[in-house]
Design a protein around this ligand. Structure first.
Ligand code: FE
Length: 340
């Protein structure tokens, strides 16, 4: 099931270039899993602690952004101490798989707990939580009856009323990639051009700033991940923003995942698989999703009450791997359309 290729000596040059991480200073024991995580510490530590308490398997982890972690995994090659890569966005997971740092796994538990469209068709990564990238609107300036689809935000009636986050963010690359999968390249390019024409101001660096601009009336609508909306709503329950679920008559809301895979050169693939499977089980799912106000990937688990209060919606069931497959084309398309 797992290939374990180990090659002689660690190349001295590679080692000297790597940033030393004290917590991984000794050879991994068999009752230990080492995780490279782009998911933040406060969202994973409670889960890892619970896993250790239940199984006796220790979990050590390093957190960083997805790009540096992936570069590090590649540089370390067969000498990596990482057994698992955990990151957000199917675009990033797809990249990791494409670069050969993840190993396929056969697991009845994962197949039962993770819907088919939220896992790699070749089983190198599995979704662990779902985030919807949807429309948010200013409740004082927009009647939700005016809203319908992502595509309709390109309509001239939204001129000067739309705010977007930068196209550099993988979330938007994945959104546009999935639109390409649904609408085709030509129509998607028209949509993105329309969005750009409708922008009230330059794209923002993150979803929270984008929503703050909508709340302040700088624009009326935007496209954001649901958990960022949840964070604002927790701080200010009366905030003048609401979510809208687009594409309900058609393909559904664009959803993405956070997820994980087992590294190709894992020292403890069995323990890592145990952790991955455990994270997909109902008890773990409730906390894994709930801590970040995301949706559980396991359909048997209900979302957190605040998340549930946003209402049910039909989600797009196209395999999220398409976001990775079409990522490079989506980036070029956004560039041509003038989306910065
Ligand atoms: Fe995020």
């Amino acid at each position: 099931m797992f290939t374990k290729a180990r090659f002689g000596l660690i190349p001295a040059l590679v080692v000297s270039l790597m940033v030393p991480i004290p917590i991984i200073s000794t050879a991994a024991a068999s009752d230990e899993v080492v995780v490279y995580s782009a998911r933040k510490e406060h969202l994973i530590k409670p889960l890892f602690d619970a896993f250790t308490a239940e199984t006796g398997i220790d979990v050590r982890y390093v957190t960083d952004k997805a790009g540096p972690l992936l570069a590090r995994l590649q540089a370390e090659g067969a000498n990596t101490r990482a057994d698992m890569l955990m990151t957000v966005d199917a675009g990033n997971l797809w990249q990791a798989a494409e670069q050969g740092v993840l190993a396929p796994v056969e697991s009845e538990v994962l197949e039962a707990n993770v819907p088919e469209h939220l896992q790699d068709p070749a089983n190198r990564w599995f979704g662990l939580s779902v985030r919807a990238r949807t429309i948010v609107y200013n409740t004082e300036r927009v009647d939700p009856a005016e809203l319908s689809t992502y595509r309709a935000l390109a309509d001239p009636k939204w001129r000067g009323r739309l705010c977007l986050r930068t196209s550099k963010k993988v979330y938007n690359q994945s959104l546009v990639a999935m639109m390409m999968a649904r609408l085709g390249e030509e129509k998607t390019e028209e949509v993105v051009e329309g969005w750009v024409a409708n922008l009230a101001t330059q794209p923002f660096s993150n979803d929270t700033k984008t929503m703050e601009a909508v709340a302040a009336g700088q624009c009326d609508v935007a496209i954001v991940n649901t958990y960022y909306f949840g964070r604002l709503q927790k701080k200010d329950p009366d905030i003048n923003l609401a979510l809208f679920w687009p594409n309900q008559e058609g393909s559904g809301v664009h959803v993405n995942i956070s997820g994980a895979g087992i590294t190709r050169h894992a020292e403890n693939p069995e323990a890592a698989l145990k952790l991955l499977e455990w994270l997909s089980t109902p008890a773990a799912q409730e906390r894994f999703a709930g801590l970040n106000m995301e949706y559980p990937v396991n359909p048997a688990v209900a979302p957190d009450p605040l998340v549930a209060s946003w209402g049910d919606f039909k989600a797009d069931t196209i395999n999220v791997a398409r976001a990775g497959e079409l990522q490079a084309e989506a980036v070029m398309l956004m560039d041509r359309a003038g989306y910065r």
